[in-house]
Design a binder for this molecule. Structure first.
Ligand code: PAN
Ligand code: ZN
Length: 187
């Protein structure tokens, strides 16, 4: 950076969609077939097209993953849908450096942030445009779209947090968010 020079930011967020545009944005997509074992109803899972889009993540990673002191920023879009009576949701994870916290916030749509501590107590917070969620260190997090439109949320997390997916892949959360009598319930 040059002394006294005024710059345009190298990255921008689209006001409505929170779509990220600019330098260093990475994108990843999760199709249903990449989420085998995540949903409880195996028969319902097999009936859906394996290439169904479940969610995509855009992230701005200005430093190398693992760098202490930096921050990452992301936008996740989860499509509406269910596998049986279980809402489309993210895979979910603890952070690899377990004590690292994160912020999530609702941008568009309706959903539920599902949280589980190290003792496997599970609870949830409603997500909607403007909802803000502090996820303390040591707490696993996953988001379900409980609405009929795409759920968009923002996230920011430390660049040395990393992701521990294995714990959730192997043992899941201790409760699932299911639609019971037309309403989301943790079961
Ligand atoms: C988020 C998540 C994102 C996708 O950026 O990585 O919403 O969820 P999964 O990683 O569980 O598939 C975050 O929590 N970063 O730490
Ligand atoms: Zn996280």
């Amino acid at each position: 950076m040059e002394n006294k020079k005024i710059y345009d930011p190298s990255i921008k967020i689209k006001p409505e969609s929170w779509h990220l545009e600019g330098e260093g944005v990475v994108e990843s997509t999760k199709l249903l077939r990449q989420l085998e074992g995540v949903f409880a109803d195996v028969d319902a899972f097999k009936k859906l097209h394996p290439d169904t889009l479940v969610y995509n993540v855009q992230a701005h990673l200005p430093v190398k993953e693992g760098t202490p002191g930096g921050l990452f920023f992301g936008t996740t879009v989860i499509q509406p849908g269910k596998v049986g009576n279980e809402y489309f949701m993210t895979r979910g994870h603890f952070h690899a450096t377990a004590d690292r916290a994160e912020y999530y916030w609702g941008v568009q749509g309706e959903g539920m942030l599902i949280l589980m501590d190290a003792d496997r107590n599970t609870w949830a917070e409603k997500m909607y445009p403007g909802s803000l969620h502090y996820i303390p260190g040591g707490v696993a997090h996953r988001v379900a779209n409980t609405g009929k439109t795409p759920l968009i949320f923002g996230a920011s997390w430390p660049s040395d947090a990393g992701h521990n997916y294995a714990e959730i892949d192997n043992n899941g959360f201790s409760a699932r968010l299911l639609e019971i009598d037309g309403k989301p319930s943790l079961i």
